[in-house]
Design a protein around this ligand. Structure first.
Ligand code: SF4
Length: 218
């Protein structure tokens, strides 16, 4: 057995004398297993815990959204809905690339479906980010750009540098580079926002593609 960074390598000699090895669980594997077993705020979750996220230590792009909707909860696949279709169109990537964990980590502010309120899905559960984000970030060392989708992600990562409204924060995107790029939610319900703010697709989407493209090469 040998320790290589965070990976423990184990193996055994085969009958013909060759050494066969495989990588055992990494710290990230263990953390993801802990997250998938989490039931910390289960009493507040109408459909019960089902954390949905994708993380791999090789990823260079991190996507931070809000929390799963019912469709994502049902499938266990993040952004597997019309919002995801629009996000992939903004990024100019196909589904295979989008779901390639070695390239893109997808870690929302809340990992489980939080339920529905009067005007749509509830905010991400407030217990989730303080519990899991710091240890996750510590095990995602190659992230070069984080896409902050919606007000909850922007509040967490930008803090006091956030503008008074999401529109102003997104319009001021150049201020947050090179580490962060704030985006509106790509939900079809935001169609009106997109019509009212044509500068977003004219200016920010090309910038998004320019910065994301090089991060997706292996
Ligand atoms: S929302 Fe987060 S803290 Fe709550 S049960 Fe799911 S993983 Fe755990």
């Amino acid at each position: 057995m040998a320790i290589l960074g965070r990976i423990t390598v184990v193996g055994a000699f085969l009958a013909d004398g060759r050494w066969q090895y495989h990588a055992a669980m990494t710290d990230l594997d263990r953390l993801l297993a802990d997250i998938r077993a989490c039931s910390h705020c289960a009493p507040q979750l109408p459909l019960g815990p089902r954390p949905v996220l994708i993380a791999d230590a090789r990823a260079r792009l991190l996507i931070v959204g809000q929390a799963p909707g019912t469709r994502v909860h049902a499938t266990g696949i993040p952004w597997n809905d019309p919002s995801g279709d629009r996000l992939r169109q903004w990024l100019d990537v196909d589904r295979d690339t989008f779901y390639d964990a070695s390239r893109i980590a997808i870690v929302p502010m809340g990992f489980c479906y939080p339920g529905r309120g009067k005007s749509g899905d509830l905010p991400p559960r407030p217990e989730c980010a303080p519990r899991w984000r710091a240890p996750l970030h510590a095990l995602l060392p190659r992230i070069e750009l984080t896409l902050l989708i919606g007000q909850y992600a922007q509040a967490w990562y930008l803090g006091r540098t956030m503008r008074p409204t999401l529109t102003e924060t997104v319009a001021d995107w150049a201020r947050y580079g090179p580490d962060f790029l704030p985006l509106p939610h790509p939900s079809p319900r935001n169609q009106l926002w997109l019509r009212r703010n044509p500068w977003f697709e004219a200016e920010v989407v090309p910038e998004l593609r320019r910065r994301v493209g090089p991060l997706l090469t292996r």
